[in-house]
Design a protein around this ligand. Structure first.
Ligand code: COA
Length: 138
């Protein structure tokens, strides 16, 4: 029986195991950093628990009213195709309090997202820190 709970730092090893299996390097550098990312102000993170095992997780952030963004979702391979990913999307979306939730991009999970009511969006931009080139006429 799977239960859905707010992420707490005790879940970080289970979350990192999923990230490691998926090859998501930013989330496996440092447990403290990953736990901070999943509990930051405005961020909602949910885990799917099978007894003590983290079977999956999802994290999202937003304005708490209108717009949310799905940041990351992963389900351990042995737990897939049991509706856990769908429920994680629903649970994390509900916790954001937003009307809608966008996803920047996906590599290979299109068929999963297309099982939800959705509108296709064009690929966006990932912006890194650093000074923009100043415009000559500012
Ligand atoms: C995408 C993912 C979260 C789906 O989790 P899940 O628990 O298997 O999802 P569900 O069981 O709720 O799937 C619901 C439906 O979505 C579709 N679906 C899910 N994963 C799919 C896949 N890899 N390929 C095609 N369709 C898929 C199927 O229609 C599925 O229904 P079915 O199992 O009856 O065929 C999981 O496969 C995963 O962690 N993948 C690796 C990480 C990843 O790609 N994350 C998304 C990054 S943007």
């Amino acid at each position: 029986m799977i239960s859905y709970r707010d992420f707490v730092p005790e879940h970080v090893d289970g979350v990192m195991a999923i990230c490691r299996a998926e090859g998501w390097p930013s989330y496996i550098e440092d447990p403290g950093l990953t736990a901070r990312a999943l509990t930051a102000p405005g961020i909602k993170s949910v885990v799917a628990l099978d007894e003590g095992t983290v079977a999956g997780f999802a994290t999202a952030g937003g304005d708490g009213a209108i717009q949310a963004y799905l940041i990351l979702i992963g389900v351990q391979e042995g737990y897939r195709h049991r509706g856990i990913g769908t429920r994680l999307v629903e649970e994390v979306h509900r916790r954001t309090g937003a009307r809608r939730m966008d996803l920047l991009s996906t590599e290979g999970a299109d068929k999963f997202y297309e099982t939800f009511p959705y509108a296709r969006k064009l690929p966006g931009y990932r912006i890194y820190p650093g000074a923009a080139q100043p415009s000559a006429d500012v």
